[in-house]
Design a protein around this ligand. Structure first.
Ligand code: NI
Ligand code: MN
Length: 226
């Protein structure tokens, strides 16, 4: 699969010939000003939770692409009221479409939609096809539930974990999360966008390297293949 970083916790995944957009927060992210929103035409938009820094650009992108929103029941219902199509899931469930399987997994965080509507429980996704598998943790603390992932999903090729601290786990806990999910290749997200989540890149990457793991901090717009 091909993964493109769009800033903050937003990624485009190309897998099994389809494109999956994760948590789009682009138009208000000064760091992502080189990303052209009009060019984003995903087949699916996956949302981990309802916070503004994960759903801001959903409406615009869903309308221009006709993408199906995949998230929890509360978030899918909220977007349905705006006339957008969705597929609801909840924890423990797998959904397979177009040769891609998505599993809804637990996150420890909170979730409210931008207008104050209850956003259901925050979650993450494990996503795989016949040849590759990725874990997208969403905003979360380190949690023992992550240990279930290697027991219930195919082996991970890469895990996308928040590393910015303050609102989510920081990089030290993310390094432990890498052990829990049995994956040495980590892509960091949810860092540097706002002052409370700025991190020292060298320090974070050295921490992972010292434990035989790699922390990839992608440039915005950069692509990586797994
Ligand atoms: Ni959040
Ligand atoms: Mn967030």
């Amino acid at each position: 699969m091909k993964i493109t970083y769009l800033g903050h916790a937003s990624f485009m995944l190309e897998i099994a010939g389809k494109s999956l957009l994760i948590d789009p927060f682009i138009s208000a992210n000064e760091l992502a000003k080189d990303i052209n929103l009009d060019e984003l035409k995903p087949d699916y938009i996956l949302l981990t939770h309802g916070h503004q820094d994960h759903v801001l650009d959903v409406e615009v992108i869903a309308k221009q692409s006709g993408a199906t929103i995949i998230s929890n029941f509360e978030i899918v219902s909220w977007f349905a009221e705006q006339g957008l199509e969705g597929h609801p899931m909840n924890f423990g469930g797998e959904y397979t479409i177009d040769g891609i399987t998505m599993k809804s997994v637990v996150a420890q965080h909170s979730s409210v939609l931008p207008d104050g509507t209850y956003g259901g429980n925050p979650g993450g996704f494990v996503i795989w096809d016949a040849s590759s598998c990725v874990y997208i943790a969403g905003d979360t603390a380190l949690t023992l539930d992550m240990q279930l992932i290697p027991q219930t999903c195919p082996p991970l090729d890469v895990a996308i974990l928040p590393v910015g601290d303050n609102f989510t786990m920081g990089y030290k806990d993310a390094c432990l999360a890498a052990d829990f999910v049995n994956c040495d290749k980590i892509i960091g997200c949810h860092y540097d966008t706002f002052p409370p989540i700025e991190i020292d890149h060298d320090e974070a990457q050295a921490h992972f390297a010292n434990q035989g793991k790699s922390l990839l901090l992608m440039g915005i717009g950069e692509q990586a293949e797994f």
